[in-house]
Each structure stands twice: as structure tokens, then as C-alpha cells.
Ligand binder design. Structure first.
Ligand code: PLP
Length: 411
């Protein structure tokens, strides 16, 4: 990452010298800009003579005039390619340090579309704590088409390697995990994948490209529930996939066009608008998180907090190498289930709801809401107890959040 940063800064200097003489190079300059600048200036339509905007406008058309008989053109039918979705795909690719981005109707549409590139008899290694919806499509849908899956604790690289079989095609991970924020060594997984000629697929929803960019760490495919930080306002369901390899891009493009689980033009435009403030939002939510954590750690009703950069998280050092912050999701345990119930019922600002990554602070109960598909003993064995509370911190004033948590804990 450091080398990439250095190369980027050399290119930035070189490009800034060229800027005066070669205005058309603006697109290249944007490519090497820092995250915030890319998020704001990453999509520009400088060459479009009819455009009155620098940035993206929403284009709802499903079909486009064929300009020349027998000549293929970029926009013909919008399931195949659409101007506003293309802008979203361009920007998410740039933010994830990838070459090719793909917009989908949801995070699950992205994941399931990507998996259609595999065949019956292929085997996959998954993290044990992957998102429940991903577990469900593998366990209840793709298994019917002959896919095999092994779920392992990917925080232990020896277990990951031991799970690889002759027919394994990919390792699928999330880091940190939900809801206990366990850390998987992405570079370590990539090394195993390369050794056995497998793909590394990373669901980067929890970190967002602001804090972690798995393609820079050697991963092959990055997936997002863009419903979360990318959208950021709890009002869009969307997904994305980003890759660097042209062959993989072709396969994902084929699945996207063939299956048609696409993000709409309006949602693409909203996502573009949201991404301009992505870094600000993630940083503020993380700042609030650190303040809330500091308060909770001193509160007598709180037993333990779970967060990637806490000293007792065994993956702390790895997380700090592969990500630039702990993010804005944490969990904590409270002294009793009755206390947990009264906590949820007493909150006045934070909302009792599933999801994460939006402006509102959302507080959820994994045992009864997000992890219901697992039997009670398995949940308890994994640490998903009835006293565990997960918090997805939003952008409210930190003191107001602390006051809200305090009164709810003390009810
Ligand atoms: N991946 C992760 C880590 C998630 O948390 C979610 C949803 O909560 C998804 C994927 C699925 O995303 P969506 O709800 O946009 O389909």
C-alpha cells in the first residue's frame, strides 16, 4: 500500500505539471487523486457537448436510438448498459482501486450474480461468520445446482488451508466479521488462494473502501451491499462488485446482463451523490464509535465490548495492517437478557433496527434478529448470546448518543 501511495504521489506530481498543457489528461489525473477528491471528481463528462453538468445526470431511458445500422454502440438497451449505472460503476471501481465496477439491485444480487460464473461440482471455502444471506444462498439455493461449500473459522489460516479441496475454486471472506468483529488476515488468505490457484472474494461492506481496499491486498473480487455505507442514508437497496482482471470482468458483466439484477438509474444517481460524502460519513461515524466505546467500557452494566482495534481482539494487529480504522460497527454484552430487553425498549435516539452504514444509529439484537437461522447452542458457542447487542453507529452528536445509551442502560 505504501508503494502504491508513493507511485500515486509521483504520478500526481507528474500529472499536475502536465495539467497546464494537456487538459484532456484530466481523467488520468482524477484516477491518481486521493480518496475524497476521487469521490467528488471521479466522474466527469467533459467531452459531452450537450451536457450542462460536470457530473452525472440521471438518465431513465431503457432504450436508445440506434445511430448506425449494423454498428454496435455503448448504450442500446439499459439492462445491458445504462449511462447513470455506468457512472456509478466507474466511481465505485475507482474508490475500490479496481478497474471494473458493476452495479446490482442489492448486495445479495451482486453476490449471487458473481457466483453464477462457477459450475456444478465446484467447491468454496467460506468464513463461518459470513452474512446470513450469503450463507442462505449457498446452503439453500446454490447447493441445488451442485455447488459444495465448507464454512470455517477464517481467522485461523491453518483451517482455511485445510478446507481447500481439489475442486475448490474460491475463498470467500468478510473482515471484520459480524457481529463479533473477528479479523481475517486478507493477505494470508490471498497467499493460500494463490498457492492453490483459487479466487479470493471479499465482502467489504463493513469497512467500505474508505477503510479497507481488498484489491490492493491481492483479492480478486470485492463485493458490497451498497445499501450500507455507500448509500449511507438507509434509503437505497443496492450492491456492487469490483475487479481488476479483464477475464473476471467479462464473466461478471455476462452475469449482470444475463440475469438482470441491476441497480436502477435513480438509485445509481443517489449512490453517486452519497459517495461524495462517503469518507466524511465513515470518519464521523467512526469518531462517534470510539467515544461511545470509551463510555461503555466504563459502565457497570457492560460486560465486554467487541471492536477490531480493541486490545483484547486477537486480530487487532492484522486489522491495523490491512485497514485504516476500526469502523463504525461494534457489539457489547450486557449483564442480563432482561437488561438487554429494557435497553432496546428505552432508547430514545438510536433506533432498534437491523442494517448498518446509514446516518442513523441502529441497534440490533443478533440472537433474535440477524442470526435466527442458527440453533441456540450454535449461536451461544459462537458468542451470539441473548445478552449481545450490536451497534451500527451513525452521524448524530456523540454526546447525545452517549446520553441516550446511558439512560437506556440505567432504566
Ligand atoms: N453483505 C453484508 C456484510 C451485509 O451486511 C448484507 C446485508 O445486511 C449483505 C451482504 C446483503 O446486502 P443487501 O441487503 O443489500 O442485499
Amino acid at each position: 500500500m505504501e508503494l502504491a501511495e508513493e507511485q500515486n504521489s509521483q504520478l500526481r506530481i507528474r500529472n499536475s505539471k502536465l495539467f497546464c498543457t494537456f487538459v484532456p489528461l484530466i481523467t488520468n489525473i482524477i484516477y491518481y487523486m486521493k480518496f475524497e477528491t476521487k469521490a467528488i471528481h471521479g466522474v466527469r463528462h467533459t467531452n459531452n457537448p450537450t451536457s450542462e453538468n460536470w457530473g452525472s445526470t440521471v438518465n431513465f431511458a431503457t432504450t436508445f436510438p440506434i445511430k448506425e445500422f449494423g454498428v454496435e454502440q455503448e448504450f442500446e438497451y439499459s439492462r445491458v448498459s445504462s449511462p447513470t449505472r455506468k457512472d456509478f460503476e466507474t466511481l465505485i471501481a475507482k474508490l475500490e482501486s479496481g478497474k471494473y465496477g458493476f452495479g446490482f439491485a442489492s448486495g445479495m444480487a451482486a453476490t449471487s450474480s458473481v457466483f453464477t460464473m462457477f459450475k456444478a461440482g465446484d467447491h468454496f471455502v467460506f468464513g463461518l461468520d459470513i452474512y446470513g444471506g450469503t450463507y442462505r444462498i449457498m446452503h439453500d439455493i446454490f447447493n441445488q445446482f451442485g455447488f459444495e461449500s465448507t464454512f470455517v473459522d477464517t481467522t485461523d489460516l491453518a483451517k482455511v488451508e485445510a478446507a481447500v479441496k481439489p475442486n475448490t475454486k474460491a475463498i470467500f471472506i468478510e473482515s471484520p466479521s459480524n457481529p463479533l468483529l473477528d479479523v481475517t488476515d486478507i493477505v494470508g488468505v490471498v497467499a493460500i488462494a494463490k498457492k492453490y490457484n483459487l479466487l479470493t472474494i471479499v465482502d467489504n461492506t463493513f469497512m467500505s473502501p474508505v477503510l479497507q481496499r481488498p484489491l490492493e491486498l491481492g483479492a480478486d473480487i470485492v463485493l458490497h451491499s451498497a445499501t450500507k455505507y455507500i448509500g449511507g442514508h438507509n434509503d437505497i437497496i443496492a450492491g456492487a462488485a469490483v475487479v481488476n482482471d479483464e477475464g473476471l470482468a467479462e464473466k461478471i458483466r455476462f452475469a449482470q446482463v444475463a440475469l438482470g439484477a441491476l441497480v436502477s438509474p435513480f438509485d445509481s444517481w443517489l449512490l453517486l451523490r452519497s459517495m461524495k460524502t462517503l469518507k466524511l460519513r465513515v470518519e464521523k461515524a467512526q469518531e462517534n464509535t470510539l467515544k461511545l466505546l470509551a463510555f461503555l467500557k466504563t459502565h457497570p452494566e457492560v460486560v465486554k465490548v467487541y471492536y477490531p482495534t480493541e486490545n483484547d481482539n486477537k486480530g487487532k494487529a492484522i486489522h491495523e495492517k490491512q485497514a485504516s480504522g476500526g469502523g463504525a460497527v461494534f457489539s457489547f454484552t450486557i449483564k442480563s437478557e432482561a437488561k438487554a430487553k429494557s435497553f432496546f425498549e428505552s432508547l430514545k435516539i438510536a433506533l432498534f433496527a437491523v442494517s448498518l452504514g446509514g446516518v442513523e444509529t441502529l441497534v440490533t439484537h443478533p440472537s433474535t434478529l440477524t442470526h435466527t437461522e442458527f440453533p441456540e447452542e450454535e449461536k451461544v458457542a459462537r458468542g451470539v448470546t441473548r445478552t449481545l447487542i450490536r451497534v451500527a453507529v451513525g452521524l448524530e452528536d456523540a454526546d447525545d448518543l452517549i446520553a441516550d445509551f446511558k439512560q437506556a442502560l440505567e432504566k
